[in-house]
Write a protein that binds this ligand. Structure first.
Ligand SMILES: Nc1nc2c(c(=O)[nH]1)N[C@H]1C(S)=C(S)[C@@H](COP(=O)(O)OP(=O)(O)OC[C@H]3O[C@@H](n4cnc5c(N)ncnc54)[C@H](O)[C@@H]3O)O[C@H]1N2
Ligand code: MOO
Length: 347
């Protein structure tokens, strides 16, 4: 990079090397033209009006890229499906969500991009539920000029990754709910689980197609799950009876359906007695009573992923451990807290 003096009229396309400030009626108005700006045709009359005849510009040498162009190239490289980039402002380009959905961040490649000199890319956590228009990430370069080689390497990493940042929209699923417990079945107590699950499912645009009440009988629970699946349920919740009492038979009943168990026992609190199994394509979720007593539980960590159409494996549940402890704050701020954030490491 070379520093040069040019006449204002000859400055179009050149990079300003310093801030040009303005004083109006004795009052300092700040920088009218900021260091690093690429001078365009419309700037010339304004610069002349400020009394400038000559300005200092930086001359890009072969293999150098101006910060704004670098920001744009990074935005294009990292913004994937259902996201868009906007900017640059002082090289910073922001990435926004184009629809409601589940944010996916390709964490190993995010780290590879940030391992390059002079490049930063900061994002929200992987698997965050986002709304259309939400800010998802910001990227920029640190110096005014960066080597072409650095940018080319960032672009290569993004191509190799396939995708770096994307949003998976939620798909409408038909949800079946099997509520277990003699006390509820025999109407000794009123069901409190159905409304909780219905509200959580509807928040993502899906619907509960049927709620069935069954006693603590493993065959009755098994039959109810199978009927739900045969009736077209794409996700099946089975509530209660998940722990160690003699009448806690739900895990056994889920196994009896022939469903393949991904995990029983989850490193999330609340949610320890949770089970995830698959009956064909349909996830079967055994939800312990904490799913009804606590506002935020393992259900809030996994349901968005299932409704975004993801296949959740046992290893995804294991990955919940780091950050899987809810602080049970007086005023719940989830998802703006640490609960479930360790799951960010797997994409
Ligand atoms: N000895 C142990 N006890 C418990 C353990 C344990 O490891 N050892 N784990 C605890 C944890 S963690 C949880 S979570 C709960 C899980 O409970 P269950 O899923 O087995 O729930 P139930 O025993 O069926 O019910 C508990 C409680 O909630 C009421 N309930 C259940 N379903 C409904 C409903 N649909 N509507 C209203 N109320 C409902 C039920 O009547 C019981 O009072 O276990 C801990 N215990
Ligand atoms: O499944 Mo229970 O969390 O740990 O309340």
């Amino acid at each position: 990079m070379k520093l040069q003096t040019v006449r204002v009229e000859d400055a179009v396309g050149k990079v300003l090397s310093h801030d040009i400030t303005r004083i109006v009626k004795g009052e300092f108005k700040g920088a009218s033209f900021k260091k690093g700006r690429v001078i365009n045709k419309k700037d010339i009359p304004e610069l002349l009006k400020l009394g400038k005849e000559n300005i200092y510009v930086l001359e890009l040498e072969h293999g150098e890229v101006h910060e704004d162009e670098a920001g744009i190239r990074l935005g294009i490289a990292v913004a994937g499906e259902n996201t868009q980039w906007r900017g640059p402002k002082e090289s910073r380009v922001n990435i926004y969500a184009c629809c409601d959905g589940l944010l996916k961040i390709n964490v190993p490649f995010l780290e590879a991009v940030n391992g390059l000199p002079d490049v930063i890319l900061s994002t929200l956590f992987n698997n965050t539920v986002v709304k259309k228009g939400d800010l998802l990430a910001g990227t920029k370069v640190i110096p005014l000029l960066v080597p072409e080689q650095t940018l080319a390497e960032a672009e290569r990493i993004c191509r190799e990754a396939g995708w770096l940042i994307k949003v998976k929209p939620f798909k409408a699923h038909k949800v079946g709910v099997v509520i277990t417990g003699n006390e509820v079945y025999k109407k000794r107590i009123r069901d409190a689980f159905g409304p909780v699950i219905t509200e959580k499912v509807e928040a993502f645009g899906s619907a509960v197609m049927r709620i069935e009440y069954v006693p603590d009988d493993r065959d009755a629970i098994k039959d109810s799950i199978c009927q739900m699946a045969a009736g077209g349920a794409q996700i099946i919740f089975v509530t209660g009876g998940m722990s160690v009492d003699p009448d806690d038979v739900t895990p056994k009943a889920i196994r009896l359906t022939g469903a393949v168990v991904e995990k029983y026992g989850a490193p999330a609190l609340p949610g320890a007695m949770f089970m995830l199994a698959y009956l064909g394509e349909a996830p079967v979720l055994g939800i312990p009573a904490c799913g009804m007593f606590f506002k935020t539980t393992i259900v809030d960590l996994l349901l968005p992923r299932l409704l975004a159409g993801e296949r959740v494996h046992g290893r995804d549940i294991v990955a919940l451990a780091h950050g899987g402890l809810c602080r049970l704050c007086d005023q719940c701020r989830f998802p703006n807290c640490t609960f479930g954030r360790g799951a960010g490491s797997l994409c």
